[in-house]
Design a protein around this ligand. Structure first.
Ligand SMILES: Nc1ncnc2c1ncn2[C@@H]1O[C@H](COP(=O)(O)OP(=O)(O)OP(=O)(O)O)[C@@H](O)[C@H]1O
Ligand SMILES: [Mg+2]
Length: 310
């Protein structure tokens, strides 16, 4: 499958803690390995991605991870400054105006404007890069956890309705023209291979409304379902049985039981996708790494993503 290949933006969403940041970083590496100039992006000044890519701290401007991969971390205020320079064309005034306490209070008081400003920067970077900007084939957004992630996907629509006229209205329309366009934007849902998280992922699909058709992949993260995992467990099983170590065999049975339960959850997911006529959606199954996920762990996970390999 080559689902991710023709998109310009992938929005990685899912519940808190399931591994959205890890999956974003791994998708970034997989995309860059497939030869596409890629950036991973996070909002709200987090520094999860930088760490996973082996960098420290956070930075608004893109930082190089590998020759084809950058990462960037946006904040609302930096994006507001950028918006001022780019759209309102008030250049040097920007800093003075936007660091003003009253302006900050105003911005914080408008629901949805945080998402809009950060999405606006992101859209602008991919759609209308300035001469000094790097030209990205693909940006991959580590979206805030759902439900917030769902409102993020609709924030162009919502803000366009709220604002009616003016530069924010135009910005909102442009954002929806991107987020609602299945040629440009793909959605990746991350979940775990357990009954409840799979159910929640299916509910998330249903809640996406018209954007449901833009889901390109569901990731089952932290599983023991990959062929390597299964092969190792089976080989160990044969060895300990051969050595007459029933005690160890029992331990391995427990591992097998987990894998079986996860396989059932994966089957529920496949059925759920089929019932919804969404069989084109890729199922990406990632192993649970036994070490802390660092840059080399991300490389390992990226190797499990055939989405980009064509
Ligand atoms: N495949 C994996 N194997 C092992 N550990 C993993 C894997 N994926 C994620 N983790 C670990 O699980 C934890 C959560 O992952 P991550 O931070 O990517 O989740 P998140 O959805 O971005 O969380 P948050 O909602 O806090 O942003 C981290 O400690 C991460 O190292
Ligand atoms: Mg995260």
């Amino acid at each position: 499958m080559t689902v991710g290949v023709n998109k310009r933006l992938l929005v990685v969403t899912g519940k808190g803690g399931v591994g959205r940041s890890v999956v974003t970083a791994a998708l970034g590496v997989a995309s860059a390995n497939a030869g596409r100039t890629t950036t991973t992006v996070e909002f709200d000044g987090l520094s999860s991605l930088a760490q996973l890519h082996g960098l420290s701290g956070r930075q608004f401007d893109p930082r190089t991870v590998t020759p084809k991969l950058d990462t960037m971390s946006l904040t609302v205020m930096e994006c507001l400054g950028d918006f001022g320079r780019r759209v309102l064309k008030i250049g040097a005034l920007v800093r003075v105006v936007f660091q003003n306490r009253i302006v900050r209070a105003l911005v914080d008081g408008v629901p949805g404007i945080h998402d809009l400003l950060q999405l606006g920067k992101l859209r602008n970077l991919i759609a209308e890069p300035l001469p000094r900007d790097r030209k990205y084939d693909l940006a991959i957004l580590d979206a805030p956890a759902t439900g917030h992630g769902l409102t993020l996907l609709d924030s162009g629509l919502t803000m366009a309705e709220l604002t009616r006229v003016g530069p924010l209205h135009e910005e909102a329309n442009q954002i929806e023209a991107w987020l609602g366009n299945s040629e440009l934007t793909g959605i990746v849902i991350v979940t775990l291979a357990e009954r409840l998280p799979v159910q929640e992922a299916l509910e998330m699909l249903d809640n996406l409304g018209a954007k449901r058709t833009q889901v390109v992949a569901v990731v089952l993260n932290q599983t023991q379902l990959t062929t390597e995992d299964v092969a190792v467990t089976e080989a160990l099983h044969a060895a300990v049985r051969g050595a007459g170590r029933e005690d160890l065999a029992l331990l391995l049975d427990r591992e097998r039981a987990v894998a079986n339960r996860q396989a059932q959850a994966a089957a529920v997911l496949r059925d759920g996708l089929e019932e919804r006529g969404l069989t084109h959606i890729d199922l990406i199954i990632l192993p649970k790494l036994r070490t802390t996920v660092d840059r080399s762990g991300i490389d390992t996970l990226a190797a499990h993503m055939e989405v980009f390999s064509g």
